[in-house]
Design a protein around this ligand. Structure first.
Ligand SMILES: Nc1nc2c(ncn2[C@@H]2O[C@H](COP(=O)(O)OP(=O)(O)OP(=O)(O)O)[C@@H](O)[C@H]2O)c(=O)[nH]1
Ligand SMILES: [Mg+2]
Length: 296
């Protein structure tokens, strides 16, 4: 799948982010716990290498908890502080981790008789929950939130306490998405807009990946008899299994795509992580899927 989606506001956001970095004490990179490797932006890691950094695996309520724990351990082995959180319900965990990261800078300023304001940049791919985190920590909905990519268009500082300011940033992708599997996973989780991809192809790949991860659940939900089916045959079986049919019993692929994507995104197949950490610290993260917990 060839995806070319790098809207103008992202290029502008990247420039703004670089300019604002001087003022920043801590950078929080929010990743998606369902795809911790693909939702990590290497550009961001490079830009912020000299800063105090915290990686947060958000949407952990939708990911397999055992695999999330493996990822947290893997990050720690790399010397990167990492925690997993359901941002909607457990944002206070992130606040505590930010305070710990900023402790040294606060102490140094206190030694000079000043109580500094800690400035935190919240960055990550689109739709991962950056604005939700800021709203939760602020206690009020000050930033616009929506379940689609590209909701936040401009960087913006938000005060969340007397000595804490958070910077909301537009979701950043990287200009070239060379790995087609990573690009697809970013589409599954709505970090990339549905409008720029072929939904038939995307849904077929999602079903195939889910069949690798949680075959029983997929067979149950879509009334499939043969978990080894792939491609066009699999799409047709899902249509027939769930009754997505047009006049003359033709498969209604459009409906199939909508429903399958919505059900995956809404966690209807249970908690699933599509990527595992690498076995050794030198390698790139592997992409073996994993699933845990029953469907919701
Ligand atoms: N299940 C679940 N949903 C979440 C979580 N955090 C955020 N969301 C949902 O994810 C969607 C996107 O949230 P936003 O805060 O707008 O994401 P963003 O990163 O600011 O997105 P952009 O501004 O488009 O880059 C919203 O529908 C949120 O309700 C979480 O931890 N768990
Ligand atoms: Mg936002």
């Amino acid at each position: 799948m060839d995806i070319n989606w790098y809207p103008g506001h992202m290029a502008k956001a990247k420039r703004e982010l670089q300019e604002q970095l001087k003022k920043v004490d801590v950078v929080v990179e929010l990743c998606d716990a369902r795809i911790p490797a693909s939702s990590r932006n290497p550009d961001l890691a490079r830009l912020t290498a000299h800063k105090k950094r915290l990686t947060v695996l958000g949407k952990s309520d939708l990911a397999d908890p055992a695999v999330t724990a493996e990822w947290v351990g893997w990050y720690r082995e790399q010397g990167i502080r990492c925690l997993a959180a359901d941002i909607e319900r457990k944002s206070s965990l992130v606040l505590r981790a930010i305070e710990q990261e900023a402790e040294e800078a606060v102490r140094r300023s206190m030694e000079r008789g000043i109580r500094k304001t800690v400035r935190v940049m919240v960055a990550g791919v689109p739709n991962v929950g950056k604005s939700t985190l800021i709203n939760r920590l602020n206690g009020q909905s000050v930033a616009k939130v929506g379940d689609r990519p590209g909701v936040t268009r401009n960087t913006r500082w938000v005060r969340v306490g007397p000595y804490l300011e958070l910077m909301d940033t537009p979701g950043l992708l990287w200009p070239r998405l060379d790995d087609p599997a990573a690009a697809r996973r970013l589409c599954y989780t709505s970090a990339i807009r549905d409008e720029v991809v072929d939904l038939w192809d995307l849904t077929m790949h999602l079903l195939e990946d889910l069949l690798e991860a949680v075959p029983d659940r997929v067979c149950d939900r879509y009334h499939l008899k043969d978990p080894s089916e792939r491609g066009q045959v699999l799409m047709e079986s899902v249509c027939r299994g769930r009754g997505f049919l047009l006049k003359g019993a033709e498969p209604d692929f459009e409906r199939c795509c909508r429903v399958v994507l919505d059900e995956y995104r809404g966690g209807k197949l249970g908690r699933i992580t599509l990527e595992r950490p690498p076995m050794d610290t030198a390698g790139a993260p592997s992409s073996g899927p994993a699933g845990e917990g029953g469907p919701q």
